[in-house]
Design a protein around this ligand. Structure first.
Ligand code: DLZ
Ligand code: SF4
Length: 526
């Protein structure tokens, strides 16, 4: 009988016991490989807290698997023999364990998928690549859905997912008679809004060791490790989610789009980092949110809004990523060429909204969806920042960001770089939107009511400059008919003033110093 084992490499964001590669296999004849590698931490220079999260969660997951009877080979970053790459570590493990075959779950990123497909030939070993069953809609199902449609809108995909999962369905009808309750989810923040404190998890010995490692080896990356309190185990993540269900879900819907300076988490679940690592199961969290609604503890608009993000948007985004890669990474429909401004790294800008959004990003490796889309993304769209630089930034700075989720959100949703495949119109907004949804403008040196000139909120002139600059590409978009009609009705002098104001502001932007997102080559594995 052949007793040579199967090697099961598991990536840092595949930390689920129900992973396809762990199912239906004889544990006594398998070795699980987890490897901390320089390449994955630096192919973009991830936020320090994101690296700490991934390494700590990997180390805790290894313990969980061992306790469950698996043989686990864990390669630490500081191992002197560590080659620094995933393929290198798989290759070393093949000899170490006299491996018969490799069994792996498909990765979340296109660049690794390309690499995995070459492993068999390059390593002279049979390789089985299994689908990632942690998603509710597998790639083939999504491609079939997409092939049958001219327009690939999330809303219709979401309805199919509701029917498929039975979530919030009363028979074949959506609960409450409507699929989408977003109209109830757009309140701005009232003064003195009481927001529950976020869940925090004190670092244990494993996490403390990782924090020291990251400070020593990646201390020159963006972001702060101070007060690190993220969930790093399945039990932590479940506790954080239970706290959301009890204390935030009932109000989540109403204030989903609201922003308050210094309130970094508002009523959001803040479970995306844990979910994307594999610590939480999407279907289970969606079912738990429905149970809160059915028990009368959460209103339908809140439960529906939350469930839509998990089974609708998240799955749709992942499907679109695989459908449109590798082209999606190059898309630049609006021909945006401006370099990323330095304040995305330093938070040094007089624009109070942007400064607060970059600050929470640096402190928490987190910002909520409206901060990302309507402040940070909106500014990049209006100012015409090059999509690749914006995408790199988002991939670096957020603990929940892997390319499958980050790139479609940035290129498609925020920057309209895909020409409208994902969103039917660019999410462009002037200062009035930010003022309605936040308390930022009160603390800003700019005046949101002024339209042009040095005191005016820069978003106002940038908004018209964006529409004017892209008129040939966007004027036929029905959803922009009103703004274009307003623009054309404006007298020449007013239009010229807007364009001049925008140009004067854009001239003041300091481009980012190189090397924050992608290594300049000076960083070496120490
Ligand atoms: C993000 C990340 C980091 C920082 N480090 C590692 C690592 O050392 N080893 C590993 O297996 N995975 C890591 N990851 C997660 C991978 O980058 C992720 O699996 C791919 O980007 C695919 O989503
Ligand atoms: Fe942002 Fe403009 Fe408001 Fe200042 S005035 S916080 S720049 S929207």
């Amino acid at each position: 009988m052949n007793q040579r084992p199967t090697l099961i490499p598991i990536l840092g964001d595949q930390l689920s016991v129900s992973l396809a590669s762990l199912l239906d296999i004889d544990r006594s004849n398998a070795v699980v490989l987890l490897a901390e590698v320089w390449d994955e931490a630096t192919y973009v220079r991830h936020h320090q807290a994101k690296i700490a999260l991934v390494f700590s969660a990997m180390r805790h997951f290894a313990e969980e698997l061992r306790a469950d009877g698996w043989k686990v080979d864990y390669v630490k970053l500081a191992d002197p023999a560590n080659t620094g790459s995933l393929r290198g570590e798989v290759e070393r493990a093949l000899t170490r364990h006299n491996v018969r075959a490799i069994r792996v779950t498909e990765p979340g990123e296109w660049r690794l998928q390309q690499d995995f497909e070459q492993w068999s030939a390059a390593l002279s070993c049979p390789v089985e690549i299994l689908p990632d069953m942690r998603f509710l809609c597998d790639k083939t199902q999504f491609y079939t859905w997409a092939a049958a449609r001219r327009e690939l809108r999330m809303e219709y995909f979401y309805r199919d997912m509701r029917r498929q999962t039975g979530l919030l369905m009363d028979g074949d009808k959506p609960a409450g008679g409507k699929w989408n309750f977003d109209a109830d989810n757009r309140s701005g923040p009232p003064a003195n809004l009481a927001v529950p404190p976020p869940s925090r998890f004190a670092p244990d010995a494993i996490t403390r060791e990782v924090l020291a490692l990251v400070a020593a080896r990646f201390g020159n990356h963006f972001g702060s490790l101070e007060g690190f309190a993220m969930p790093v185990t399945r039990a932590n993540a479940e506790a954080a989610f239970a706290d959301f269900l009890e204390n935030r879900l009932p109000t989540f819907g109403q204030y989903q789009d609201a922003m308050v300076a210094g309130e970094d988490f508002m009523f959001h679940a803040n479970i995306s980092a844990a979910m994307n690592l594999g610590l939480l199961d999407p279907l289970a969290v969606a079912q738990a949110a429905e149970a809160e609604y059915r028990a009368g503890r959460a209103p339908l608009n809140a439960a529906e809004g939350f469930i839509r993000q998990v089974i609708g948007w998240r799955e749709y985004i992942r499907g679109m990523y695989w459908l449109d890669m590798p082209g999606m990474a190059q898309a630049n429909f609006l021909d945006a060429r401006r370099p990323l401004p330095d304040f995305y790294w330093t938070a040094e800008t007089d624009m109070a909204c942007l400064a607060d959004c970059v600050r929470t990003t640096r402190d928490n490796a987190y910002a909520h969806h409206i901060q990302r889309l309507m402040v940070l993304g909106n500014f990049a769209l209006l100012a015409g920042i090059e999509p690749g630089q914006v995408a790199d930034w988002f991939l670096v700075v957020y603990a929940d960001a892997y390319e499958w989720v980050e790139l479609p959100n940035v290129a498609g949703m925020a920057l309209h770089a895909d020409g409208g495949r994902l969103a039917s119109k660019p999410y462009a907004a002037s200062g009035a939107y930010i003022n309605r949804m936040s308390n930022y403008c009160r603390g800003c040196r700019y005046d949101v009511k002024q339209k042009v000139g040095p005191q005016a909120c820069p978003f106002n002139a940038l908004y018209w400059d964006f529409l004017a600059r892209n008129e040939a590409k966007l004027e036929r978009n029905m959803r922009l008919a009103n703004p274009y009609a307003t623009w054309r009705r404006m007298d020449q002098d007013k239009r010229a003033e807007y364009l001049k104001s925008a140009e004067e502001f854009l001239q003041t932007l300091l481009p980012a110093q190189t090397g924050w997102a992608r290594s300049t080559g000076k960083d070496q594995p120490a």
